[in-house]
Design a protein around this ligand. Structure first.
Ligand code: ADP
Ligand code: ADP
Length: 232
């Protein structure tokens, strides 16, 4: 579903270079909840940006849904974006739009009809438990509720891949639990593959089946969570 083959990413900053990824290979299979864990600076965000088409590898290959990304064209970008939904640490909601309109964004972008949008948004808000908040604005919501909106928006376009960037790092422990439970439910309800980056071991142990441990641009360990970390 997602595969990186010997991927390098070098950033240039003035005269110096930073090797953010140094020969990363990993394979995320269909239906996995795959966690990438590492300290700040390990290269996790770079890895996600390569999958999300925001960066091009310096060397190596990136496959998304079996397709090699190599052209970095507008058409390829469109194909990739269609397959990917993403949630963020700080939710990235549009403050000037209601919950309903935030969830509708991806559908408006692909020019779905009003009726289709209404049906899909209603269904998603019901799924994430926010039917009564459709008309609210992000500032009226708790952190957990905001992340639920983020999740609904990410799912709106029926993606085959859900990328989670420190999705629970801004939440308290109890809210983290409820968001992790929701992600698990998504994994069981939809034919979706989840790739999440986090610095929190507990998150990986609770919902991931596979894990890659990153240090300074290298994957130092990779496999089933139980084999790598033992049981929680
Ligand atoms: P993580 O998400 O694990 O914190 P990052 O992928 O953000 O790691 O960063 C890996 C390394 O690459 C760090 O040393 C970081 O400073 C550097 N880096 C990330 N993005 C850029 C960029 N756009 N330009 C220059 N250096 C970057
Ligand atoms: P941004 O620069 O904030 O990513 P975009 O115009 O690319 O803005 O995206 C529009 C909205 O969709 C933003 O609120 C952003 O947080 C969110 N978004 C960005 N990338 C993705 C993605 N791959 N899947 C789903 N939502 C995304």
């Amino acid at each position: 579903m997602i595969e990186l083959v010997d991927v390098y990413k070098t950033y240039r900053r003035g005269d110096s270079t930073i090797e953010a990824l140094r020969g990363v290979s990993l394979k995320v299979e269909k239906g996995d909840i795959f966690g990438v864990i590492g300290y700040s600076g390990a290269g996790k965000s770079t890895l996600i940006r390569l999958v999300n088409y925001l960066e091009k590898p310096t060397k190596g290959q990136v496959f998304v849904d079996g397709q090699l990304l190599d052209r970095y064209s507008v058409q390829e970008l469109r194909n990739v974006k269609k397959k990917i939904g993403m949630i963020f640490q700080h939710f990235n909601l549009l403050e000037s739009k209601t919950v309903y309109d935030n969830v509708a964004i991806p559908l408006v972008l692909v020019k779905k009809s009003k009726a289709e949008i209404r049906q899909r948004v209603t269904e998603l808000l019901d799924f994430v438990g926010l039917s009564d908040k459709a008309g609210s604005y992000p500032k009226e919501l708790s952190g957990g509720q905001k992340q639920r909106v983020g999740i609904a928006r990410a799912l709106a376009g029926n993606p085959t891949i859900l990328l989670c960037d420190e999705a629970t790092s801004a939440l308290d422990p109890q809210t983290t639990q409820s968001i992790l439970a929701l992600l698990k439910q998504i994994s069981q309800t939809y034919p979706i593959t989840i790739l999440m980056i986090t610095h929190e071991m507990a998150v990986i142990q609770q919902i991931c089946n596979k894990v890659a441990v990153m240090e300074e641009g290298i994957i130092v360990e990779q496999g089933n969570v139980l084999n790598v970390f033992g049981s929680p």
